[in-house]
Structure formats: C-alpha cells, structure tokens
Design a protein around this ligand. Structure first.
Ligand SMILES: [Zn+2]
Length: 321
C-alpha cells in the first residue's frame, strides 16, 4: 500500500499556531500547538517550525506533504498568498504563501482565518468533506471571537465575494446611537455581539469575561442581563441576516464566545422563535431550526485551513475526481 500524502493546516492566531495533518478523509493524524511569534519574521518562523515539527510527528519529510493551508487573521489575498494588516500578529504585509512554498516545495494556500474555519465547520457538521463531496448544500459559519464575521460555503466551496468582503456582517450598523466601532462606523453589530463587545461592557480580570458575565446574569445581575441580552439579540440578528441574504441551509456558530454552549444557543433560538411568533414571513423560514454550534472542542480553524490548502479542492468538490 502506498502511503497517501497528508495535507497540513495551520491556524495562526495571536497567541498560538495550531497545526494539523489530515488524511484523504479529513481525519486528523497529527496535531500540535506552539506559541506564535510577534512581527513578520517571527510569524513566518513560527509557521515554518510548525510544519517541520508536524512532519516529525507524522514521520514524514515536510516536502512529502501534499499541501499546506494557512488560516490567518487580517486582509488576505488568497490568490497571491499574501496577508496584510494582521494587527494582533504585528504583520503589516507578508508573502506567507510564496515563502512557505519556497521553503518546503509544497503547494500553499493562504485564507482569512474565518473563511478557513468555515470549511472546517462544513466538514465537522457532517456536510461531507470538501475534498470529496458534491453535496449541494450551503452553510454560513458565524465566528463569534474578538470580533464577528462569517464565512460562506456554497456546495462545499468558499464564496469570499468579489473583494473578499462577503460575510463581514459584524460591520453592518444596527444602532444609530451606538458606540463607534473599530471600523469607524457607529453601532456595528460587532459592538453588541462579540467577545470585544462583552469585554467593553463587562470589565473584569476574569480570563473569560463572557463566562463570568453569563453566570452573573443567571444570578440576576442587572448589568449582566443587559449585556447578555445584547449578545443574544445581536447574534440572532446576524443569523437572520445570513439566512435572508444567502438562504443557507444552516448557520453554524463557532469562535470563543460559542464555548458558552447550550445556555447561549438556547437563548438565540428562543429569540428567533419570538420573532417568528410575530411574523408569518419569518416563521416560514424555520430560523431556530437552522442554527447550531460547532461540535465542542473541535479544531475547525486548523482543519479548515488544511481543507483550504488543496489546490484542486474546488474542482474535486464539483465532482471532477
Ligand atoms: Zn464596524
């Protein structure tokens, strides 16, 4: 039996690089986390070291990998493999794809981290592997991390839009009297429903402000209830926008805030049901049945990066192989 070639996925975040190697079925066969350096040279070095270490774990040489996919925050030009304005990483502009390809002699694809995670979520919720599936289903992955953004997957293929902006729904203004957002607009959805929105409204030294805020709300703390309800309603608004814009089969929610699990999901569904009770139009759309969370503890971002890394993925998804 010839050994199949593994695909590598790197999820490069502000504190760590999560690297996985997957087989042809999308199963993770090697997995590691290492700290991310700060600044262009350090980020590149972290990525290279992760690939080398992963090869050692998988008992192969780095050049034996089939492909390397990278999910990274910031403005990503996926065609050129460049990332710009990754503020948390201290990267102004980096030709990450060409650099990794030159180092290892392997095809490299770089995607925005939310778009990469969307492919991982597609796989994990059982829509089939983008590597093999031709299922004509559609999904929006709604990431509730520090910010809010979505990745759109249609028939197993990412749809980034004409300028890579599709799914930037966190910057849809919903409150004309709201606070100024990091993007310069006022009252963006992200200022109500995201990790940074909770941290701003619920200052604490707790490592997970959203968890502490939810517990305080359960105990009846008035401010916590206000902050929680803004988070819940803002997320429900995002689900409604994604379904009304793209009519996706499912909205899958992930990111740090989603670690709250059922207490949050139950409230989002209840809010969608309240709206449905007042609108026959919304009721017909079954919004609350079309929202779910990523499986707990799953590595959507790194897995998705590995799936994104295959240069032939799009044609195979369409049934070409
Ligand atoms: Zn904004």
């Amino acid at each position: 039996m010839t050994r199949e070639k593994l695909r590598v996925g790197l999820d490069i975040g502000g504190t760590k690089v999560h690297a996985v190697a997957i087989d042809a079925l999308g199963e993770v066969v090697a997995d590691l986390r290492r700290p991310t350096g700060y600044g262009t040279d350090a980020v590149l070095a972290s990525a290279k070291a992760a690939v080398v270490e992963l090869a050692r774990l998988a008992a192969v040489q780095p050049q034996d990998f089939r492909s390397i996919g990278v999910g990274i925050p910031g403005s990503v030009d996926a065609e050129a493999g460049r990332v710009a304005n990754a503020v948390n990483l201290g990267v102004a502009d980096l030709a990450l794809g060409p650099q990794l390809a030159a180092e290892f002699g392997v095809a490299v694809r770089v995607e925005n981290d939310v778009n990469a995670a969307a492919l991982g979520a597609w796989h994990l919720v059982g829509f089939g592997s983008p590597l093999t599936a031709g299922a004509s289903r559609s999904m929006a992955y709604l990431n509730l991390g520090t910010g809010m953004a979505a990745g759109i997957v249609l028939d197993g293929v990412l749809w980034p839009g004409s300028h890579g902006t599709a799914g930037e729904i966190g910057h849809i203004p919903v409150d004309p009297n709201g606070v100024i957002c990091s993007c310069g607009q006022r009252g963006c959805l992200e200022t109500l429903a995201s990790g940074s929105a909770v941290a701003r409204q619920w200052p604490t030294r707790h490592p997970l402000p959203v968890v502490e805020m939810f517990e305080a709300a359960e105990r009846g703390d008035a401010l916590a209830i206000e902050v929680r309800d803004r988070l819940v309603v803002g997320t429900a608004v995002a689900v409604r926008i994604l379904i009304l814009s793209f009519d996706v089969d499912t909205v899958v929610i992930g990111g740090g805030v989603s670690s709250l699990g059922m207490p949050l999901l139950g409230r989002i569904r209840a809010t969608l049901d309240e709206w449905a009770a007042e609108s026959a139009f919304l009721a017909a759309l079954d919004l609350s049945d079309r929202v779910e969370f990523v499986p707990e503890g799953s590595a959507v971002a790194a897995l998705g990066a590995a799936l994104a890394g295959d240069p032939h993925r799009a044609s195979r998804a369409a049934g070409a192989a």
